[in-house]
Design a protein around this ligand. Sequence first.
Ligand code: LMR
Length: 343
Amino acid sequence: MRKTGILTLTVIFLTVIILALSGCSARVVDHQQVAKNEEIVIKFSHVTAADSPKGLAATRFADLVRQRTGGYVEVQVFPNSTLYKDGEEFDALNRGAVQMLAPATSKLSGMFPDWQLLDLPYAFPNLTYIHQLMEGPVGKKLLAQLQTRKMLGLAMWDNGFKEFTNNKRPLVRPRDFQGLRFRVMPSQVLVDQFAAVGASAYPMPFNDVGQALATGMVDGEENTISNIYTQRFDRSQKYLTLSDHGYLGYVVLTNVDFWNSLPAWVQKVLRDTLAEVTVWERAEAKKVNEEQLKVMDKQGKVKIQHLTPAEKEALQKAFRPAYEHLSEEIGRSLVRSVQPGAP
Ligand code: LMR
């Protein structure tokens, strides 16, 4: 009898050790058995359309997480500023009203001026260069800064390169920008970029841009093809210049306290799924931007202007004062680490 008792205790002890060592990673959650009050709900708020690259990726992420956790983790996606808009999102994340965001990197620059590096016009030859930059020491430095505000950067998603739109005239040479008013995301580099060519820039939340363009409050804006198309900016803008001058990408963010409250196996599922969705998102963003440019071209509502390499170079030169100002603000060596030839 005593022997059986000792044997049972040993079996229980060994089972506990094996489960602990496996980190419970083999936990299988049966959706049928997950009570509503046991689920982990992640509210994921963003400002673009559901069929934009970011919107599509957020939905895919939510679907995969639901499948992989058997419904234990439910990611609820709120696109199009329906839950929180620009200017409200970070506070919502901070106080736990939402658990995930994917703001454009430019929107971090008020809190973290170094992030303006990614806004520099004509600083990056292609998107791969930016991916590598964000995986290297510069990216690690930028991502580490987020933690000081209780934010954790989980992934970097692309949209693509921005183009100029306006309804006054085709924009080709630097002097074409003279006197025009543009909406920008809140980043001093973007304000400086337009000032360098004699234009003025007004930071404004994304969900207000359509109306500002339609009422003539501003003459133009800069954005990727997918944002121009899905927000119907092409309906109120006469001219689109394929300038590819600036990067628009996103950092997928969560709240550090929320993240730390999650079981290790859930963190792993979220991280692995995000890594997979990031690869998909980057390819999808490229595809969506290319396809929507073709559609806009065919619809002919906006006049599309292509630029020659020489015309891009002239714009690049004209925008150089933006590099000077940023070097004064965050230090020349950081700016040069992104653009070795920067002034
Ligand atoms: C914008 O405000 O123009 C963009 O950042 C919107 C977005 O998230 O793509």
